[in-house]
Design a protein around this ligand. Structure first.
Ligand SMILES: NC(=O)c1ccc[n+]([C@@H]2O[C@H](COP(=O)([O-])OP(=O)(O)OC[C@H]3O[C@@H](n4cnc5c(N)ncnc54)[C@H](OP(=O)(O)O)[C@@H]3O)[C@@H](O)[C@H]2O)c1
Length: 326
């Protein structure tokens, strides 16, 4: 597994990390503690040193499972967590310095740590990205030794540009073969500011594995059923905001034109073709997926023709839908 330097943090992390929104389960299915442990062990044994989690994933079970694993395997992982999405209602007014302080304390407890490596504001309302009091509190928590670094997770490019007015160390953003907008303005500015980029949703929620068909059914409680139109949260988080049937057609075209039987690996390798990305974090609903996904680190680089094909496919089919929204 190759490593990259993670922006201002100066830390070296595996270029493929582990996303843990679905740790120990398929989305919408009950949490399975043993599967969570198998996934973490597979990540550990595969050379993954970067984990992405959040306080709200599986109602805290994701952080707790990671805390349990690192208790018996200390100093294995650089752990990024996120906060804010448990605020109800999830509005600007609910974000206060004391709420942020409380989130940090709660994540420290669930993870069993004395200091968080990195905490991100978890896609707050856009106005929060200009809140001096919230970023000031994160800076104070850093000075107090509760967190080593802070940053943001964003939905829209403009939010990342706003956040870079503050001294953030890292930013988490949707970036995949169906989402090229960050390349225009966001990545160049992040590179200039030495802000580490965590690339999330690299498989467009699984479409970019090429395993789904137009008639594939997902569970009732899986966001791939209930959030296709953004009923629960930003629809960009589900299939990267691409209409499902179109996504299936484009994945088929990618398989054929890129000449690959391993579209998932190619999709992850494509993300890694961009040096601004510090780490890509595919999620895995079972341990075997972790083992498959880490192989992408060893795949050959895509050719210029392959890169140009992905760009053309995006420009022609997706840019008019994706660029204006995110
Ligand atoms: N707002 C935020 O900050 C935010 C939002 C979303 C995600 N994230 C983070 O980013 C991570 C990654 O995003 P994501 O999980 O939403 O999307 P993703 O990585 O694009 O897709 C993950 C899904 O693809 C399928 N999959 C993964 N590897 C596979 C393989 N080798 N073969 C076949 N299927 C495979 C699995 O679904 P099935 O097995 O169920 O088909 C898995 O749950 C999350 O875990 C989370 O840590 C953060």
């Amino acid at each position: 597994m190759k490593e990259r330097i993670f922006g201002k943090t100066g830390r070296s992390v595996s270029e493929i990390g582990l996303g843990t929104w679905q740790l120990g389960t398929k989305w919408g299915e009950p949490f399975n503690h043993d599967e969570a442990m198998r996934i973490l062990q597979a990540a550990d044994e595969s050379g993954i040193t970067f984990i992405d989690t959040a306080d709200v994933y599986n109602g805290g079970e994701s952080e707790k499972a990671i805390g349990e694993y690192i208790k018996s395997h200390p100093n294995k992982f650089y752990i990024t967590t996120k906060c804010g999405r448990q605020l109800n209602p999830h509005t600007d007014e609910m974000y206060t310095p004391s709420a942020v302080r409380g989130f940090v304390e709660d994540s420290l407890k669930r993870l069993g740590l004395e200091k968080l490596d990195l905490i991100l504001l978890h896609c707050p309302p856009t106005s929060v990205f200009a809140r001096d009091d919230i970023f000031g509190e994160l800076e104070a928590l850093k000075k107090a030794g509760k967190i080593a670094d802070y940053g943001v997770s964003i939905e829209k490019v403009k939010e990342g540009l706003m956040a870079m007015e503050y001294d953030i160390a890292a930013m988490e953003v949707i970036f995949n073969m169906f989402r090229l907008k960050p390349l225009d303005e966001l990545f160049p500015k992040a590179a200039a500011n030495n802000v580490g980029i965590i690339a999330r949703v690299p498989l467009a929620s699984g479409i970019l594995t090429g395993k789904f068909k137009k008639d594939t059914m997902f569970g009732d409680k899986d966001h791939r059923t209930y959030n296709r139109d953004g009923a629960a949260f930003d629809k960009g988080e589900t299939f990267s905001g691409v209409p499902y049937d179109l996504g299936i057609e484009l994945a088929e075209e990618l398989k054929e034109k890129l000449g690959t039987a391993d579209l998932a690996g190619t999709a992850i390798r494509w993300v890694l073709m961009h040096p601004e990305v510090s780490v890509v974090i595919p999620g895995a609903s079972r341990a075997s997926q972790v083992i498959e996904n880490v192989r992408a680190s060893e795949l050959p680089a895509l050719t210029d023709d392959q890169m140009a094909f992905v760009r053309a496919l995006y420009d022609e089919n997706l840019k008019p839908i994706i660029h204006p929204q995110w």
